[in-house]
Unconditional design. Sequence first.
Length: 286
Amino acid sequence: QIDYTGTEPSSPCNKCLNVSWDSTPPCTCIINFTLEHSFESNVFMYYGLSNFYQNHRRYVKSRDDSQLNGDNSSLLNPSKECEPYRTNEDKPIAPCGAIANSMFNDTLELYRIDNGTEISITLVKKGIAWWTDKNVKFRNPTGDGNNLAALFQGTTKPVNWRKAVYMLDEEADNNGFINEDFIVWMRTAALPTFRKLYRLIERKNNLQPTLQAGKYFLNITYNYPVHSFDGRKRMILSTISWMGGKNPFLGIAYITVGSICFFLGVVLLIIHHKYGNRNTSADIPN
């Protein structure tokens, strides 16, 4: 894990700490780090946020699923649940709502240093979203032609976005409402500290590890402000073994529930031994 929030004065990203959504030009910073061990299998790059409550009721409801599913009438007349991010300058916002408006927009680039030479690590941006989200829940508006700019005509971008939704990517199958970065963000997290899949690093050679042990640096385009709510940002590299990926949540949940059950069992056992031998006869004594 690499924390690049920049709250520490010595951090290279400290200069970007008070960045705003529309800072021009964007603030950039570089963080050097070392991998002590090689990553042999495919590698998953995540971004992590802390103290960000995506589970707030009004936040979770602030979206229009019909609009996100490509319904043309909802595109121009979004749900009132999206307020106050429903319209801007008398134009409907696409995509509307607080979830879309707060979409994570930092750019992360990974480089390996080999004998003083910077080698860019290829980051795959497709295949990071759930299949059902990509192919069922999210759809672009329909109409004549494949020009997304024309299909989104009459709408405006979310307030905090730098560009319109039809400019999220140059590839048609990853643009608009079906952009995978956008889809991943729209699946809200249950806890205030969470991580979301950002990129994939695929293994290309079976004879060499995906990421060799050695020196690396992370090139960050710092767009996303978190300092105002005491949040933190992280970049996480993870891989999987034959047992799957690391996920401590279930283990913690099982131990917690088991400990509570054990405690209640001891309490009930004590109560049973203390009060269980009392005379339970219904006979009325003389």
